[in-house]
Design a protein around this ligand. Structure first.
Ligand SMILES: [Fe+2]
Ligand SMILES: [Fe+2]
Length: 344
């Protein structure tokens, strides 16, 4: 993948610094980042792309960027500027949900499932199941390439930050996500096979210039939580909500894909997640999050923060997609369905 095209001054500064064309002026960068109003931070395409581009050297990197830029202090400082804005806004938006989760009674794993069950965000999977056109299903797959083609990579960064039962459970979950020893069963590979069969480019990052700011925000939140040890509780809370909102929606998506006549291999990725995520949600909520808070009760609030962040960003991204497809009446018709997420 090449360094993405910029979408404004922040992403332009990051791009030029990564390519080595121009040193990054941190003062100017900070001023520009501070100019973005708090309520616009999660939907600002320039800011979210700049952050996504700063994270990417920790994953597969860019072909046109030297590998040692990963630890360039000025780029890390720029990343910190954006992360502080994003984290503050995520905490602001989820404050009430976190407080409600803390006030609720019962074991943490149960409370996570209760919070997920009570979520009434937009129902993208239900729409794809019953109403979407073939073009809209492909549009959905295109947006999802940003996550699914490196599925579970962010969470792998958390493994060394856990101990005992939560570590063993995360390793078990990741073993599944990474194919259980079979490269063709890597979830990212299965998704790549599906998008290729749907006529899309299966190479990671092929659509980064096209996807929405909210798709970038969804992915940036995972990198933010998973790359900071202090946020490991939130990273695992996010994972639990992610897994707990996947199994049923995956069944709907697979049915929608078959309804519009896309090839079976496209649906196969979602079929895989119907059963896998029914197991993963138990591991993530009870063994990982429950175990983590048993070891360190101070992490409870952060676990609930991660749950709320996942549900909130999913709602923002889902609303954006449904709005793009311009289907008010159809959206209203499917709004009665339960909480959803699509495959993790
Ligand atoms: Fe998966
Ligand atoms: Fe999963």
């Amino acid at each position: 993948m090449l360094c993405p095209r910029d979408r404004g001054p922040l992403s332009a500064m990051v791009r030029l610094a990564l390519l080595g064309t121009e040193d990054l002026d941190l003062e100017r960068f900070t001023r520009l980042a501070d100019d973005v109003p708090a309520e616009g931070v999660l939907t600002d395409a320039d800011l979210q792309l700049a952050l996504w581009t700063l994270y990417e050297p920790h994953y597969g990197g860019f072909e046109d960027v030297p590998a040692d830029r990963e630890w360039d202090p000025r780029l890390l400082a720029a990343r910190g500027v954006l992360e502080r804005r994003v984290e503050a806004e995520l905490r602001r938006r989820t404050g009430d949900a976190v407080a409600a989760g803390l006030a609720a009674e019962g074991p943490l794993g149960e409370r996570i499932f209760d919070v997920v069950a009570a979520d009434d965000g937009p129902k993208v999977a239900a729409y794809l199941h019953r109403h979407a056109t073939s073009e809209q299903v492909v549009d959905f797959l295109r947006e999802r390439t940003i996550f699914h083609l490196k599925e579970s990579d962010p969470q792998a960064f958390v493994l060394p930050r856990l101990q005992g039962a939560p570590k063993a459970a995360l390793a078990e979950l990741l073993y599944d996500e990474f194919g259980g020893g079979r490269p063709s069963r890597l979830h990212a590979s299965m998704f790549a096979d599906g998008v290729a069969a749907a006529g899309l480019d299966p190479r990671y990052g092929a659509y980064v210039d096209d996807v929405s700011a909210t798709t970038l925000a969804v992915n940036n939140a995972m990198s933010l939580l998973c790359l900071h040890r202090r946020l490991r509780g939130a990273a695992m809370g996010h994972l639990a909500a992610f897994e707990a909102t996947s199994s049923v929606p995956s069944r709907k998506i697979a049915a929608g894909i078959r309804r519009v006549g896309l090839p079976e291999v496209v649906a196969a990725y979602f079929d895989e997640h119907v059963e896998a995520d029914a197991v993963h949600e138990q591991l993530a909520a009870r063994t990982i999050c429950g175990g983590l808070v048993e070891q360190d009760p101070g992490l409870e609030e952060d676990v609930l923060l991660g749950v709320a962040v996942c549900l909130h960003l999913d709602a923002v991204a889902g609303a954006e997609l449904l709005d793009r497809w311009n289907h008010g009446p159809a959206v209203a018709a499917v709004a009665a369905d339960g909480p959803e997420r699509v495959a993790s």
